[in-house]
Write a protein that binds this ligand. Structure first.
Ligand SMILES: [Zn+2]
Length: 552
């Protein structure tokens, strides 16, 4: 490398590191030079010396590993962060006494919000909530505040007397359609509310205002950057969410690249036609420089735990009389919906978990390609039970598999799925290695917090390469023959999601000219026991060359 006076000078030089660039042409280097927000060069200390001057800050990495910031390709950031900040976490295994202790402590703690919300409770607590005296016991620990607890299914609540009053639920309130207000022998509500009967309580909890949402977004950035994330894709974004991130961007606080799958389809929860029309029309103008909203979301089926994922074979736990699961759209309706977005250059992420739903997406995209030509990349979100014979179609049809490593190893969520669908079928779930071998594009995301309350990419990465639980709580392995090498796994968390978010020329690998989005780790992932990946600590996170977490 020659030097001239015009050559950009490095402001920051990181050297004596194990720098894994994710650039296949230059995968491992010892030094990286950064100027402003960009990577100037990567290579040996000797070659980068030429870019340094007296003003260059030199950081000796002492052999630490550096890699591009991680990008989580599937999450629900604002809703999940709101729960993390404002709701008291329960364990579904908690009994009622444990629930009361946690709720009582939360009710006593000072908080900017009057309502106490907590969840999820599970079967042990529910059995006690069905007994006489449970409501009085909850009231006794509530300190006069309204309290709403959420069941693990998301389909029921346990509310205290103040919350019932705020929601207008009394002994004379009739059961709504598709819901039940559980009552005692005297006809009084017990606080348990099933399905639609729980909605008045949900609606009585004041929504966050714009300033509060902005604060949630600020805290979300600190949380993500602290875990080593410098990018995320929100899998179901509304107009409010886009406005919140734009406000964060405008104050200089959006320290992640942000992709958005817009809730533009009537299959999305909370779909509003007028809002969707505005979102679609103004999506480019709503975005700041680190935001991309050229993607739509369609929900085709449900989830295994509620037996609403559309399968070709009946569920192991289903009564014989249970009819096949209905999907939101048939193949022709889905093809028309995708074709409409495709014609506008928008990529579509279709939520499809069961093998029948996955098959329907592939058939639909085949029709779209026949009609519109090659078009843009589309995505299957989850694809958990894709059949072997459907795997080659992903590459052929340019459909990316958006997959969720928190479910690839034994934990309470994956074991629930295994129980519901049956061991034999779960033994065919998540054929990641086969999908990769087929040449299909894969990017991974946590689906935070649908699957787990904590967003931990290092636990996920450990699961990707071992198919084991890095916390050590759940023994055994799920399909270890489908485990990936780290060399295979890391691009799924960096380069691939960047490219799928149409940001491949900006971020996702450490190459000259790209944004300086990188993390310094406390361990070299390649030279340790793979189970130790789970405990990785991020020492420093740079976003556009700026330190946004930790330090050197
Ligand atoms: Zn999701």
């Amino acid at each position: 490398m020659s030097t001239t006076h015009n050559q950009p000078r490095a402001e920051l030089l990181l050297h004596r590191g194990v720098i894994r660039t994710m650039d296949p042409a230059n995968p491992l280097v010892e030094a990286i030079a950064i100027g402003g927000s960009r990577i100037l060069a990567v290579g040996s200390m000797a070659t980068l010396e030429a870019l340094c001057g007296p003003a260059t800050r030199r950081v000796d990495l002492g052999g630490r590993m550096v890699m591009p910031g991680l990008i989580d390709f599937h999450m629900h950031l604002l809703t999940s962060m709101t729960i993390r900040l404002y709701s008291t976490p329960l364990d579904p295994a908690d009994d009622f006494a444990a629930v009361l202790a946690k709720v009582g402590a939360a009710a006593q703690a000072p908080s900017g919000r009057e309502w106490v919300t907590a969840g999820p409770y599970g079967p042990a607590a529910l059995a006690a909530m069905e007994q006489p005296g449970a409501l009085a016991a909850l009231d006794a620990v509530s300190h006069g505040r309204p309290v709403s607890l959420t069941h693990v299914s998301g389909h029921g609540r346990f509310a205290n007397s103040v919350a019932l009053a705020r929601a207008g639920i009394t002994a004379s309130t009739p059961d709504p359609q598709d819901g039940e207000i559980v009552r005692d022998a005297a006809g009084q509500p017990t606080g348990l509310l099933h399905e639609t009967a729980s909605w008045p309580v949900r609606d009585a909890i004041p929504a966050l205002n714009a300033a509060e949402m902005l604060d949630v977004a600020r805290q979300a950035m600190r949380y993500l950057n602290g875990l080593g994330l410098t990018g995320f894709c929100d899998a179901s974004a509304t107009l409010d969410m886009l406005r919140t991130f734009r406000a964060l961007e405008d104050e200089g606080g959006l320290t992640c690249w942000a992709g958005f799958n817009l809730a533009l389809s009537p299959t999305s929860m909370g779909y509003d036609a007028a809002e969707a029309a505005e979102l679609r029309r103004n999506r480019k103008a709503l975005c700041g420089p680190h935001m991309v909203a050229d993607f739509a979301k369609i929900f085709l089926d449900g989830v295994p735990s509620l037996r609403t994922a559309a399968m070709l074979e009946p569920y192991a736990t289903a009564p014989a009389s249970e009819p096949p699961i209905a999907m939101t759209l048939d193949v022709q309706q889905l093809a028309e919906a995708i074709a409409d977005f495709d014609a506008e250059g928008m990529g579509v992420k279709v939520h499809a978990i069961g093998d029948r739903a996955v098959l329907t997406v592939l058939d639909a995209v085949e029709r779209v390609r026949a009609r519109n030509g090659a078009g843009v990349q589309h995505q299957i979100a989850h694809g958990q039970f894709i059949r072997e014979q459907d795997i080659p179609r992903l590459r052929k049809l340019n459909v990316l598999a958006d997959m969720n490593p928190p479910l690839w190893f034994p934990n309470s969520a994956s074991l629930t799925h295994e129980r519901v669908v049956g061991k034999a079928r779960y033994a065919r779930a998540w054929p990641i290695r086969d999908i990769l071998a087929s040449g299909a594009d894969i990017a991974v995301g946590s689906d935070w917090m649908t699957i787990s309350p904590d967003l931990d990419p290092w636990l996920s990465l450990c699961g990707m390469v071992t198919r084991r639980d890095g916390t050590g709580r759940f023994p055994g392995a799920h399909r270890p023959e489908q485990a990936l090498s780290l060399e295979q796994a890391l691009p799924l968390y960096t380069r691939n999601p960047a490219r799928a978010m149409r940001l491949g020329d900006r971020t996702g690998q450490l190459s000259p000219g790209l944004s300086a989005d990188l993390i310094v780790l406390d361990r070299d992932l390649m030279s340790i026991d793979p189970m130790a990946i789970a405990g990785t600590q991020v020492m420093a996170t740079l976003f556009e060359g700026r330190l946004v977490h930790g330090g050197f």
